[in-house]
Design a protein around this ligand. Structure first.
Ligand SMILES: Cc1ncc(COP(=O)(O)O)c(C=O)c1O
Length: 426
């Protein structure tokens, strides 16, 4: 009788190289032969079938993240900030999970409308809305438009088709300097003046204030501070205009891997305290997670094209993709599809441009014998890095969803023919 070799039982992927919060989707398990399966799909499969680079999104991880936010804040609205990544399937997932969608452009509005996404759950925001963005939002009947600057008030008011007023929010800089440069200042009275002007426009209905206090903020404190300042502003608006606005939007910027409950408890506690002190009715809260929802669900797969050594003795690995202005280098990398017994060495993984702006992962551990043809999996890549092709005139990689043991193509690879067709070369 021939002994049948035992098939190793899948074990959870471990991350000896990374001490922070888990960066792989919860479904990730190690497979024989150095593979890793996501949602039951061995990752070497999509790499073979669709080529590299390819981005793999764990659908259930995205949906579970959406549900976690809804559970953490059951009385709030949860809106996915689409700048993290958007395609039609993601629109559907957000619709199914009861989330709203915050977008910055007419094209994203059209994409959502093409899937029948409920327009009352959509928000158009952004410091630079074009006339077409505003026209499209009004034509499609988008739920909320965020006013980012005083000049937008009259511009928007003059275009509202009526008879119903357009619901709007005012983007506020609460005043601790951590909230970017756009929006109207709470401290200087700009936001209050804008509120008075919007309230004077019969075709606009001011429903609340909007701010974006965090950026990858692992601590809930920036949100608690923003709540205090925004509630104080609500009280001043009530005093001046006689209206208690019913909504506060606290933006995104939550840290990937951090439980929504951490933020939710702090936000709710601070909101109740601040409203009681100002004798204000408690406004409805909206949160807009983007990267924190989608980044942990994505794994980018790249093929190694060349290796070398830096003068400092680090392994340098060049792969067949690249990164755009995404959230930064991946926190961990794993070679898949081959088992190596070589010692681990600290490595830097770079894209095809190879410069300092194209570092995909830095200070990561890879086997010393990593070589051209090897496959690398970069977890935490579901946001913004997705469209990266590696060179300005190279086709963008495909996006593949995995769920319950099946992989399906969401966005196909951009081909040379696509690039050639756009490049009319006059
Ligand atoms: C107003 C607003 N909401 C939500 C987000 C999404 O943030 P993140 O992707 O960090 O969650 C941003 C990001 O810049 C933003 O400006």
């Amino acid at each position: 009788m021939t002994a049948v070799p035992a098939i190793p039982v899948p074990a959870p992927v471990s991350f000896p190289e990374f001490a922070g919060p888990p960066v792989w989707p919860a479904s990730a398990v190690a497979r024989p032969g150095g593979d890793v399966a996501l949602a039951g799909v061995p990752l070497t499969g999509p790499a073979e079938r669709y080529g590299t680079p390819v981005h793999v999104l764990d659908e259930e991880e995205v949906r579970a993240g959406a549900r976690a936010w809804r559970r953490a804040l059951p009385d709030a609205d949860v809106v996915y900030a689409a700048e993290a990544f958007l395609c039609r399937a993601v629109v559907d997932w957000m619709a199914d999970e009861g989330l709203g969608l915050a977008v910055r452009s007419a094209d994203e509005l059209e994409l959502a409308a093409s899937r029948g996404f409920p327009m009352d759950r959509m928000v158009l925001h952004g410091a630079a809305k074009s006339p077409r963005d505003l026209r499209t939002a009004l034509r499609l009947g988008v739920g909320r438009i965020v006013i980012d600057s005083p000049c937008e008030i009259a511009r928007l008011a003059s275009q509202v088709p009526g008879p119903e007023p357009q619901q709007v929010l005012i983007r506020v800089r609460p005043g601790d300097g951590a909230e970017g440069e756009f929006g109207l200042s709470a401290a200087g009275g700009e936001a209050e003046d804008a509120a008075a002007r919007v309230l004077g426009q019969p075709c606009l209905e001011l429903v609340g204030l909007h701010c974006d206090p965090g950026s990858g903020a692992a601590s809930p404190e920036p949100y608690a501070r923003a709540v205090r300042r925004l509630v104080a502003l609500l009280a001043r608006i009530r005093e001046r205009c006689g209206v208690a606005l019913p909504e506060l939007v606290l933006g995104g910027g939550f840290a990937p891997g951090r439980a929504p409950g951490t933020y939710a408890r702090r936000i709710q506690g601070e909101l109740l305290r601040a409203c009681a002190e100002s004798d204000l009715p408690v406004p409805r809260i909206t949160v807009e997670p983007g990267r924190s929802l989608i980044a942990p669900a994505g794994v980018a797969l790249h093929r190694v094209l060349a290796t070398g050594r830096t003068p400092g003795g680090r392994t340098l690995v060049a792969v067949d993709g690249g990164r755009d202005d995404g959230p930064g280098p991946a926190p961990s990398v794993r070679m898949i599809g081959r088992v190596s017994s070589a010692p681990m060495r600290t490595a830097t993984v770079v894209g095809r441009l190879g410069g300092p702006g194209d570092v995909l992962a830095d200070g990561v551990e890879l086997p010393e014998d990593v070589r051209p043809g090897d496959l690398l999996a970069l977890p935490g890549s579901g946001a913004r890095g997705v469209p990266a092709a590696g060179c300005p005139a190279a086709g963008r990689p495909p996006v593949v969803a995995v769920r319950e043991g099946r992989a399906r193509l969401l966005v196909r690879r951009e081909t040379y023919e696509d690039l050639r067709a756009r490049d009319i070369g006059l």
